[in-house]
Design a protein around this ligand. Structure first.
Ligand code: HEM
Length: 381
């Protein structure tokens, strides 16, 4: 996929150009199939003939610590290993726990907003990122300083996962993985009893898999949720009609979050590899072929959503922001709830906030779609 200079600011024209040929296209240069259609993306993600296995997807030589860590992430496994390990943690995500977290996170969000000073608020560094760090620390049941430390160690790992064939991030990622292992092995005594890690430790003991799962959850949950909160606030604050509808309770925050997930998801793509021949979009994907499913494009498929490039809070959106099939996002209810809490806190505390022109920069990272920076004016003139 050719990357235009403005790609990071707005990847959707590029996705549209790829999709205009066909919902499934072969990029010979990169040696991958690119899937942009919603129907085709859904079929690929649900197919038993495509794999998420790290060792199949990337046959490159890697530092042992990275191979071991990624080999322990159930997101990068197929059944039956995937089923067994996912089951070990999914029981923790009950409705009651999510509602307890909602109340805690609302207090966190209000406290973060009270802590901001001056005319300008830094949406990411001052709010979205610290709120997501609090969320993941509460889910795992670890002290906040451990959660913050773990979150800060993620960028080299995310960089390595986005470009595993390049040596650019490998040494830094291996170092981060070593430190994350130490951090999670060392926090067994500091776990909150009702957190996910205490439940996992009681069941399995604080062994290597425990640390791998903890690292996976920080990787999968922290930046993604910060990205959703940042994008949500940016798009809603820029669209004064939409913000006004939320302020006047003409539309619910829950509905707004769903439309933001469709409109601009923080996980724009996921990789797969075919383990048998698979037909999709009139093409035959052969066993062994690599596939990139562009969720961001599938969410704007005009065959499914009318006026897909329009943020429209009145629609009942459907999307693949959390994937589908056996790897459907385990943290989806928590991500939704955290974004709802974040937007509600802004509606109450900063109803007249406005985005500062020229302050918005998107991160140039293939793995996530996330604001690097955005400032708002607290009270406009
Ligand atoms: C899987 C998106 C938040 C934990 C996924 C997948 C997507 C996704 C697309 C599927 C990956 C694939 O098919 O290869 C998102 C987005 C989030 C978010 C957009 C925030 C806006 C979270 C949170 C957690 C979490 C908060 C945990 C607390 C996971 C896990 C998986 C996963 C463990 C792997 C599931 C499996 O392989 O069975 N997520 N996620 N995610 N997500 Fe999320």
């Amino acid at each position: 996929m050719g990357v235009r200079p403005s790609f990071w600011e707005d990847p959707y024209p590029t996705y549209q150009a790829i999709a205009s040929g066909s919902p499934v296209v072969r990029d010979e240069g990169m040696g991958v199939w690119i899937v942009t259609g919603r129907r085709e993306a859904t079929a690929i993600l649900r197919s038993p003939h495509v794999s998420s296995r790290w060792d199949l997807l990337h046959r490159t030589e890697q530092a042992d610590v990275l191979r071991r860590m990624l080999g322990g992430w159930f997101m990068l496994m197929d059944p039956p290993d995937h089923t067994r390990l996912r089951r070990a943690v999914q029981g923790w995500f009950t409705r009651r726990r999510i509602e307890v977290l909602r109340a805690d996170l609302r207090r966190d969000a209000d406290e973060l907003l009270r802590g901001t000073s001056g005319d300008r608020v830094d949406v990411m560094g001052g709010f979205a990122e610290p709120l997501a760090q609090r969320m993941i620390s509460r889910v795992l049941g670890i002290p906040l300083e451990h959660g913050v430390r773990a979150a800060r160690l993620m960028p080299p790992i995310a960089g390595f996962l986005a470009m595993p064939h390049s040596r650019r991030f490998e040494a830094a990622a291996a170092e981060a993985a070593e430190e994350l292992n130490r951090l999670f092995r060392g926090c067994a005594d500091a776990l909150t009893p009702d957190g996910l890690l205490a439940a996992l430790a009681a069941e399995r003991g604080p062994d290597a898999l425990f640390a791998d799962t903890a690292i996976l959850l920080v990787f999968a949950g922290q930046e993604t949720t910060a990205g959703l909160i940042g994008a949500g606030l940016l798009h809603l604050l820029r669209d004064r009609a939409a913000w006004g509808k939320l302020l006047r309770h003409e539309v619910t925050v829950e509905k707004a979050v769903e439309e933001i997930l469709r409109f601009d998801t923080s996980v724009p793509q996921v990789p797969r590899i075919a383990t048998a021949d698979v037909a999709a979009g009139g093409e035959l994907i052969r066993a062994g072929d690599r596939i990139v499913v562009i969720l961001g494009a599938a969410n704007r498929d005009p065959r499914v959503t009318a006026d897909p490039d329009l943020l429209d809070l009145s629609r009942a959106p459907s999307h693949l922001a959390f994937g589908t099939g056996i790897h459907h996002c385990l943290g989806a209810p928590i991500a939704r709830m955290t974004a709802q809490v974040a937007i509600s806190a802004w509606l109450s505390s900063l109803p007249r906030a406005r985005v500062v022109n020229g302050s918005v920069r998107w991160s140039a990272d293939r793995g996530y779609r996330k604001l690097a920076r955005a400032c708002v004016l607290r009270t406009p003139e």
